[in-house]
Design a protein around this ligand. Structure first.
Ligand SMILES: [Fe+2]
Length: 434
């Protein structure tokens, strides 16, 4: 019984911490920003204000415990986000959305209902408590994707929190090709190891042939070479679909780069700075693939990423690149440490056993692996579409994490995925091959 009480207190604490992360994002916004749609493919920001609460409510008090709805229209309105692939863009007017005050009242009621469930509900009805894990990590994922959205707003619509200055540059990282001997990479997770999302199960051992991988991700400096070599203009570096996307959207540089009279700038979360040459470049999968063709190399597979990150010369596999100790600030730029990237060589204490740097944090890393189920995949009965809706060959696995990825999702088995023409996430890449 004492254990159950301690468990409930721990769940409440983690839920409160996760709520603080989404509250923090909304607190950055000037009032008029809440009705903006910073990314054309996504909802207006007001949707997310209701969504992170309605999701929890629909999942637990209403969905599992049978609480009667008090605003079924809001429950539906705020239920689902969108990820259109090749579909039309949303275009409803801002006036169609309810007033902020009404959403906040709705939210406060939902939070009370969820807190009551944490302290008193029968955990058996909550799939042994895993619905709480889903609620907490779902919210933390939105804390990150909200950062992508808010990043696209003009700086004048945001209030800079204390301590959000951009990091300066350092001397250039020496990027080496690191030889990784043939060996085993364990993807996924065994069910005995506790909570994971549906796509993390089951464990899968893959024998990976020897390969070479970059010691650091590609930097803005490296990207300038590709750009100056005409990389965006050379049709042959791009697949047909990627070229159609590039030309159709007039894309000629990374999304967060801007050119003014004096040269390139990086559009940071709160201000523009001269392009930090030692920071990782954030690009879409399409752009990263074109760079790989230009360099006559390739993006790593998901298994190669695992092998470089978690493998060791001795053959045992680690929980994290640096070892088995939990994530700490010295290991990488993650767990909401900053709002923008840092130089790729800033965290030598996070390097893997093979000497590969900056694998966790500072930007997710694109792989060449299409998102697909591991053997043994079973969708959550209460969230069937979480992964299964995206096993379409049109989404690619990303690994690692960004400055805005919570520490709990830096676990080895965690998988994330995006379509190749979505340039808004904090995603970098590195190359494999001689
Ligand atoms: Fe969501």
């Amino acid at each position: 019984m004492a254990t159950a009480t301690a468990d409930r207190q721990q769940i409440q604490q983690r839920l409160d911490d996760a709520r603080a992360r989404t509250d923090e994002i909304f607190a950055l916004l000037e009032p008029e920003a809440l009705y903006e749609r910073p990314i054309p493919e996504r909802h207006r920001l007001i949707f997310y204000l209701g969504h992170v609460e309605a999701f929890d409510w629909n999942l637990i008090p209403r969905g599992a415990l049978g609480a009667p709805p008090f605003d079924a229209d809001f429950d539906r309105l705020f239920a689902f986000g969108i990820d259109p692939v090749g579909g039309g863009l949303p275009n409803e007017p801002a006036s169609q959305w309810p007033a902020r005050e009404r959403v906040l009242e709705y939210n406060a009621r939902l939070r009370r209902a969820l807190d009551d469930a944490v302290s008193g509900a029968d955990l058996e009805k909550l799939d042994g408590g895993s619905r709480f894990e889903v609620a907490i990590e779902h919210r933390l994922m939105h804390a990150e994707t909200l950062a992508y959205l808010v990043h696209q707003l003009p700086h004048t619509m945001k209030r800079r929190p204390a301590g959000a200055e951009n990091s300066g540059d350092v001397s250039p990282a020496v990027i080496r090709h690191v030889g990784i001997p043939a060996g085993r990479a364990t993807l996924g997770r065994s069910r005995a190891r506790g909570f994971g999302w549906d796509n993390e199960f089951d464990e899968l051992a893959v024998e990976v042939p020897a390969f070479a991988i970059d010691s650091h991700p590609v930097t803005n400096r490296g990207w300038l070479e590709f750009l100056d070599a005409g990389g965006y203009r050379e049709r042959r570096f791009w697949s047909e679909a990627d070229w159609a996307w590039r030309t159709g959207h007039g894309i000629e540089h990374p999304l967060l780069w801007a050119r003014d009279g004096g040269g390139w700038h990086y559009r940071g979360m709160f201000d523009d700075v001269p392009l930090p040459l030692e920071h990782p470049v954030y690009v879409s999968h399409a752009e990263a693939s074109a760079f790989a063709h230009w360099a006559n190399r390739a993006l790593p597979t998901e298994a190669q990423f695992h092998r470089a990150a978690y493998g060791t010369p001795q053959g045992v596999e680690r929980e994290f690149p640096w070892g088995d100790e939990p994530p700490a600030p010295i290991r990488g730029n993650f767990d909401f440490a900053r709002w923008d990237p840092v130089p790729v060589s800033a965290h030598p204490a996070g390097a893997s056993a093979f000497g590969v740097h900056d694998l966790l944090g500072n930007g997710w890393e694109w792989t060449s692996t299409a998102f697909a189920p591991l053997p043994g995949f079973t969708p959550f009965p209460f969230y069937r579409g979480y992964s299964a809706d995206f096993f379409d060959g049109k989404h690619f696995v990303i690994k690692g994490g960004s400055a805005r990825t919570a520490a709990c999702m830096l676990r080895r088995s965690f998988r994330n995925w995006f379509q190749p023409h979505y340039p808004y996430l904090y995603a970098k890449f590195r190359l494999v091959g001689a």
